[in-house]
Design a protein around this ligand. Sequence first.
Ligand code: ASC
Length: 152
Amino acid sequence: MKKKALLIAAALTGLCSALPAAAQFQKPEDAVKYRKAAFTVMASHFGRIGAMAQGRIPFDGAAAAANAEVVADMSKLPYAGFVEGTSGTEKGQPKPNVWSERPKFDAAAKKMQDEVAKLAAAAKTNNLDQLKAAFGSAANSCKACHDDFRNP
Ligand code: ASC
């Protein structure tokens, strides 16, 4: 009996991990809300680093590092919210090629996640030049995906 229970538990675990990301959301609109929220938080913290990189506010290494940490953590979240049937034609909405070219989209997402991880590492050096360089690369990785997959 104990063994049977274990087998059932194992089977359920396998089933759960095989469920698509869409299963996390009750409705497509919930997925859209979720991914937009994640990007909004990311953009806010990324923007604070940008203000330092561009000299609009004084450089503060500890603040840069804290913000970059949030950006790197948040970068992992939005993609589960890109569920089928949530493309659109309005400004800012994802184009249908997010789904028709999913491997390319996933690669662009991964590139951004890698760049913001490097930004977090650069921010820890407390060196403004390194922060500026890493910020530029990260911003380019955001823009590349917007150019290809987001309605202007
Ligand atoms: C930002 C922000 C983005 C990127 C992008 C870079 O600060 O909110 O989406 O940088 O504009 O080109």
